[in-house]
Design a protein around this ligand. Structure first.
Ligand code: ADP
Ligand code: MG
Length: 514
């Protein structure tokens, strides 16, 4: 008897252990007693780690932390009655923290006909990790644990997959992107939801690409390292108080964040709330934008829409900086172009930046670039000169492009074109405006002709000209221009006509220089 495989028996405890293993549950914490001792033994036998603790409360805290750290729920194993009651503290804590957890309690006997498939576990695992993560309780009657069942009668449910990734509504993402872009004092708050979501890479990209200051909550610390230059942890109160647009990445507006209310925040601060839990959206404060979805996915949506068109100064300089040769000369003039470019474009060598200077002179750029190129030719052939011009600034000495072409100087001219001085109008608004009167009476003095093809100034003299409107076109034309030392080039980069720089008042970003 027993040698016939079709009659092989298995205990309920072994079925439970195998079910857990099938669900990719790898850690169990608990205190054994009747009837759950058998479960602990069977579990350990299958290679699931079992840690015997001294109080169920600590066991439950441990199991919930494993869920946070690994994304698969840890198990807390307890006996019924006092064991379960002790575990309640851990379950409540897991729920409040939004951490997945499974508590298994052994209760008294019930008469059961057969065990069959153990349906509880896939359900428990699923509800602990899907939606907002939290605690789950599975009650196992004592007679289940010791029951002998025919192996063939058992069907294990397939391992519950990680939660499907959901993204936020596209239009809401777009609104959030433009709010963020136009913010004077933006701030990202990074919570433990972001940590749990493994959103570190995408959030870091957003922080760096858009030059955003961020503040971690206590357990959001480390998603981006605390020593990152954009971390405002050291000026927490001030950062909260001054922000006009705040993105909440997996952090609730509870007591930890002073409920999102004045006087800790501006009364009219706009919150962009990112959370996987719909019920959380609008809690305490009505958000300007609610982004329901997985933080990592939503951050990537935001990144994609930050790249959306038309580009702004930050998008342009981000892509330029990515390709800037370390030893190049950077010549720059313009208003926003020069100011924002200075903060984003890096110089590594002395005497390699030339700009409008003490006198704030417009029209110096091409002359300076020509000088740098001539000097570079003698000293360090192969060294590039990048001349970053606003469209207005370029106009002051644009004809020097002929000089550049005549001497065939390998200068890469970037014209950051917003159709105006400080800012301009898009072509449709411009055309509409002309209907209402003569340009001399209706055109704002800051406007230049929209959609001007400054790159033709370069092609007119035999250099290379590019007209770019997307980050991809910018990347490509810049790569080509930098690779080709035989010819000068001009890249006319169309940006949002109303694009502005962010407010100057980033005390916190400069604090490390004090
Ligand atoms: P903190 O204490 O760091 O401020 P909270 O616990 O208040 O963080 O907030 C965490 C939030 O993260 C919860 O509202 C939870 O619903 C949310 N969350 C958890 N996982 C995800 C995820 N993958 N995507 C989006 N939000 C998540
Ligand atoms: Mg301009």
């Amino acid at each position: 008897e027993g040698s016939n495989p079709s009659e092989a028996q298995m205990s309920g405890a072994e079925v439970i252990a195998q079910s857990l293993k099938t669900q990719d549950v790898n850690y169990m914490f608990g205190i054994v007693g009747i009837p759950v001792t058998e479960i602990a033994l069977a579990t350990q036998k299958l290679g699931i780690r079992y840690v015997g603790m001294r109080n169920e409360q600590a066991a439950c805290y441990a199991a919930s932390a494993v869920g946070y750290l690994t994304g698969r729920p840890g198990v807390c194993l307890v006996v019924s009655g006092p064991g379960l009651i002790h575990a309640l503290g851990g379950m409540a804590n897991a729920n409040m923290n939004c951490w997945p957890l499974i508590v298994i309690g052994g209760s008294s006997e019930r008469s059961q006909e057969t065990m069959g498939a153990f349906q509880e576990f896939p359900q428990a695992v699923r509800s602990s990790i899907y939606g907002r993560p939290g605690a789950c309780y599975v009650d196992i009657p004592a007679d289940f644990v010791n029951l002998q069942v025919n192996v063939n009668s058992i069907k294990y449910m397939e391992c519950c997959l990680p939660p499907p990734i959901c993204m936020a509504e596209t239009s809401a993402v777009y609104v959030a992107a433009s709010l963020l872009r136009n913010a004077k004092q933006p701030l990202l708050i990074i919570g433990k939801g972001a940590a749990y979501a493994h959103a570190e890479h995408s959030i870091r990209k957003l922080v760096e690409q858009c030059k955003l200051p961020f503040l971690p909550t206590p357990m959001g610390k480390g998603v981006i390292p605390d020593n990152h230059p954009n971390c405002v942890g050291a000026a927490r109160s001030r950062a909260l108080q001054l922000a006009d647009v705040i993105v909440l990445f997996g952090a609730r507006l509870n007591w930890i964040l002073h409920f999102g209310l004045p006087p800790r925040y501006q009364p009219d601060v706009k919150f962009i709330q990112v959370d996987i839990c719909a019920e959380e959206l609008g809690n305490n404060v009505r958000p300007a934008v609610a982004l329901l979805g997985d933080i990592n996915a939503v951050t990537q949506q935001e990144l994609a829409s930050q790249k959306s068109l038309p580009m702004n100064y930050y998008t342009v300089f981000y892509h330029v900086q990515e390709q800037l040769p370390r030893d190049c000369f950077v010549v720059s003039e313009g208003a926003n172009t020069m100011d924002i470019g200075r903060t984003v474009l890096q110089n590594c060598l002395p005497r390699h930046r030339l700009d409008a200077g003490t006198f704030g002179t417009m029209g110096v750029g091409l002359g300076f670039a020509i000088a740098a190129a001539v000097v570079a030719k003698d000293r360090n052939p192969g060294q590039r000169v990048i001349c970053v011009e606003g469209d207005s600034a370029f106009g002051f000495s644009g004809m020097e492009v002929e000089t550049i072409c005549r001497y065939n100087l390998p200068i890469v001219l970037l014209v950051v074109n917003n159709n105006g001085i400080y800012q301009g109008l898009d072509i449709d608004t411009w055309k509409d405006m002309l209907k209402s009167g003569d340009a001399t009476t209706v055109a704002p003095p800051v406007c230049l002709l929209p959609h001007s093809h400054y790159e033709h100034v370069m092609t007119a003299f035999g250099g290379k000209g590019y007209f770019v409107q997307t980050p991809e076109e910018l990347q490509k034309s810049l790569r080509q221009s930098l690779a080709d030392m035989t010819k000068p080039s001009l890249i006319n980069i169309m940006i949002e006509p109303q694009a502005m720089r962010k407010a100057q008042d980033f005390h916190w970003l400069t604090r490390s220089k004090i």
